[in-house]
Design a protein around this ligand. Structure first.
Ligand code: C5P
Length: 138
């Protein structure tokens, strides 16, 4: 659905979940959603009253069964991208300490990917500029 206010700012929190081999988890956006088929960092919209860390703790549990805590989420960088209907601000956190084995709880495909291989996975335009940060860091 087209938003009536193209200048609306949308705040989405995203997380680079890192495994012991330095790979990062990507999730494929499911059919029926905007940008379906593209690969993204897990996360979601920051709901009113939430901090981005709270959003990530909630979304990681709901979407992939991963449990973590605020102290294990470190802000890494910020994506800022203007889509047709809204402007997206998206802080990217990195998380190396968590409990659980990532599994798809909402039907989305999941893939552990080395940062240098991420270009093989088409991502939303907001997410793509984040890849160099992960290549430099991991
Ligand atoms: O995931 P959700 O559909 O709630 O995100 C809202 C919008 O934010 C998406 O339609 C997409 O345009 C953008 N988004 C993005 N990169 C992400 C997550 C969301 O560009 N990793």
């Amino acid at each position: 659905m087209k938003d009536e206010n193209p200048r609306r700012i949308l705040l989405v929190a995203a997380c680079a979940l890192v495994d012991a081999d330095g790979r990062v988890l990507l999730a494929q956006r499911p059919e029926g959603k905007q940008l379906a088929g593209l690969w993204e960092f897990p996360g979601g919209k920051v709901e009113p009253g939430e901090t981005p860390e709270q959003t990530l703790i909630r979304e990681l549990k709901e979407e992939i069964g991963i449990v973590t805590k605020p102290a294990c989420l470190a802000p890494l960088t910020f994506a800022s991208h203007t889509y047709e209907d809204f402007h997206l601000l998206m802080p990217l956190y990195i998380c190396r300490r968590y409990e659980g084995i990532a599994r798809s709880l909402e039907g989305q495909a999941l893939k552990w990917v080395r940062p240098r291989d991420m270009r093989d996975y088409p991502m939303p335009p907001a997410d793509e500029p984040l890849i160099p940060f992960l290549i430099d860091l991991l």
